[in-house]
Design a protein around this ligand. Structure first.
Ligand code: ZN
Ligand code: ZN
Length: 329
């Protein structure tokens, strides 16, 4: 089968490898996979979690082609969306309602830029979500699950300012708008701004942002050096969420006046719990049409160079890789 290997910064290689063994595993024929920010960062600069040669990719769906007979609730031929990881459900963090921080997560064994993906049974039992109508929008399940995980922590907010209108920022926007929340998105890239406007969003460049305190929550949906400059735009008692990642020893400057006298909370969010994932799959089913528009470019796995170039260019939203030529996806 074909598998796309990350061979070190700037290097990808499409290789032929042996198909995964089925013993004790579930095997899914991957139909389509999304290229995510993590894949791009790893490709450009390397990543401490991925030592080359490694297979990247963690957003995909496909067809179950093999499974041990004792696994119930799923048949060969079923379409499934794959959660790349899932919490244990019993550890101290899970019991405290922090599934995303579980220390005993189970995982898919490899990245999903492959034609067949083997999934250990213990993960398959909780990490596969059956769907009736397959389609490209399903590659958004993992990023949307992360969005829902973050919004769980902002349940009191009704008006949102989203900083960064890439895939994550747009997913926040689509979901919040569908729930009739007030949303404004700030984005630098011309291409993305015009895309967001076509999607019906109140989307503006940073230069057009007025300094009024209009929002219950500001979500920083990208990694930026000065997220706390937005504290000033949040209503008393509101929230600033750091959704984008920062490296370990980074230091940011914050004006504590907002925290004490205006009772603004600074909170973070990282990943999802399986409940968020299930909810994301359900949202995608209900709003298939609008979410499908987020897959702006799609390439065959053989055209991985073009696909990564496009994803890096930012003149796109989600870029997908199709694993098979014959499958209509
Ligand atoms: Zn992702
Ligand atoms: Zn746990």
């Amino acid at each position: 089968m074909k598998a796309l290997f990350y061979m070190g910064p700037g290097k990808l290689e499409l290789r032929k490898v042996k198909e995964p063994s089925t013993e004790g595993n579930v095997v899914v024929k991957v139909l389509e996979a999304g290229i995510c920010g993590t894949d791009i960062k790893t490709f450009l600069r390397g990543h401490h979690l991925f030592n080359p040669p490694a297979i990247l990719g963690h957003e995909c769906y496909g067809i179950v082609i093999k499974k041990p007979s004792f696994i119930k609730g799923m048949e060969i031929g079923d379409y499934v969306v794959i959660a790349p990881y899932g919490e244990c459900g019993t550890c101290e963090k899970c019991r405290r309602g922090l599934p995303e921080l579980c220390e005993k997560k189970t995982y898919i064994t490899d990245g999903c830029f492959v034609q067949y993906l083997q999934i250990p049974v213990e993960h398959a039992l909780k990490g596969l979500f059956k769907v009736e109508n397959p389609g490209s929008h399903l590659i958004l399940a993992e990023p949307l699950a992360c969005v829902l995980g973050a919004l769980r922590k902002l349940s009191k907010a009704r008006s949102f300012l989203i900083i960064g209108g890439g895939v994550m920022g747009s997913l926040f926007g689509i979901y919040l708008k569908s729930k009739n929340m007030k949303v404004r998105i700030v984005e630098l890239s011309e291409w993305r701004l015009s895309f967001l406007k076509r999607m019906g969003f109140d989307a503006i460049p940073p230069s057009s942002l007025t300094r009024e305190r209009n929002f219950d929550a500001v979500i920083i949906a990208s990694t930026m050096e000065d997220p706390f400059t937005y504290l000033d735009l949040i209503r008393d008692g509101g929230y600033l969420m750091l959704f984008g990642g920062y490296s370990k020893n980074e230091r940011l400057i914050l004006d504590p006046f907002h925290i004490h006298y205006r009772e603004i909370s600074v909170i973070g969010s990282f990943g999802y719990g399986l409940k968020d994932f299930a909810e994301a799959v359900e949202e995608l089913r209900k709003e298939k049409e609008i979410f499908s528009r987020m897959i702006t470019h799609s390439y065959r796995i053989d055209d991985y160079v073009k696909a990564f170039d496009k994803a890096i260019s930012k003149e796109c939203m989600k870029v997908s890789l199709r694993m098979w030529e014959d499958e209509k996806v």
